[in-house]
Design a protein around this ligand. Structure first.
Ligand code: HPA
Length: 247
């Protein structure tokens, strides 16, 4: 059985239904992860859980220690990581409430620790990042959603922005011209670090707002919270089903 971890994003600081067995705080060469890693069982299946923004949701996207998070999971024997991300929708078909398993990334972040290779340790490896998400893991997430009868879009390009502010309308137009379908702040460097560590990695994204300038509605925290509240149980259902599928 390959060990699976869920990295929870905004709105998923806790994994509902997780029966906690123990919490781990493994040491990493990069410092502390966002929170102790919870080991437990979800609907009878083993899983690790790590809230990306910390248990109190106090870590903004550009301050998350992505390297420590991924390293800690691998240290615990995790082989597959499912990331959950709240995002803005750019593609017209991806309005608030839509679920998406992206297949590509464009990275607009800056000033983050992007790599394990910082010149101090292991011999440099230029990872192949042509397909940033693991195909088999993506397929399993989609299979889990389908078997729960939950619509989930297959494939989208995730534009990773720096945050923590949202984008300007002109920035979103640029993302659109570049081919981004979604915009979020935490997709990178998490995906690249997973590949550097040899972990299988895929993401399930929940659209919580229409990206800036694409709708007349103002973007508010409260509006995002409403969608999160409506949909978080649905994501939990997909994750529970995912864990039941053979690896
Ligand atoms: N932009 C960037 N990140 C986000 C958004 C957005 O519109 N919504 C949720 N995370």
């Amino acid at each position: 059985m390959s060990s699976t971890a869920v990295i929870g994003g905004t709105g998923l600081n806790q994994l509902a239904g997780l029966e906690l067995i123990r919490a781990h705080s493994p040491e990493t060469p990069f410092g502390e992860p966002s929170a102790p890693v919870q080991e437990g069982r979800l609907a009878g299946n083993s899983v690790f859980f790590l809230p990306r923004h910390g248990t109190r949701h106090h870590l903004p996207p550009h301050k998350i220690n992505y390297r420590a998070n991924l390293w800690a999971l691998r240290e615990l024997g995790v082989e597959r990581v499912v990331a959950v991300n709240a995002v803005g929708g750019i593609h017209a078909a991806l309005g608030p409430g839509a679920l998406v398993v992206p297949d590509q990334i464009i990275d607009y972040t800056w000033g983050r620790e992007q790599s394990l290779y910082d010149g101090s340790g292991a011999a440099l490896d230029h990872i192949d990042f042509t397909r940033p998400y693991t195909a088999g893991l993506r397929a399993k997430l989609l299979q889990a959603a389908a078997s729960c009868n939950i619509p989930c879009a297959d494939g989208a390009t995730y534009g990773a922005t720096q945050g923590p502010r949202l984008e300007t309308a002109a920035e979103v137009q640029r993302l659109l011209r570049d081919g981004c379908d979604l915009v979020g702040m935490t997709g990178m460097p998490e995906a690249a670090l997973a590949v550097e560590l040899g972990l299988a990695y895929a993401a399930i994204c929940l659209v919580v707002n229409t990206a800036a300038g694409l709708s007349d509605e103002p973007i508010t925290q409260q509006g995002m919270a409403v969608i999160l509240e409506q949909k978080i149980a649905t994501i939990g259902e997909i994750l529970a089903r995912f864990l039941q599928l053979p690896p």
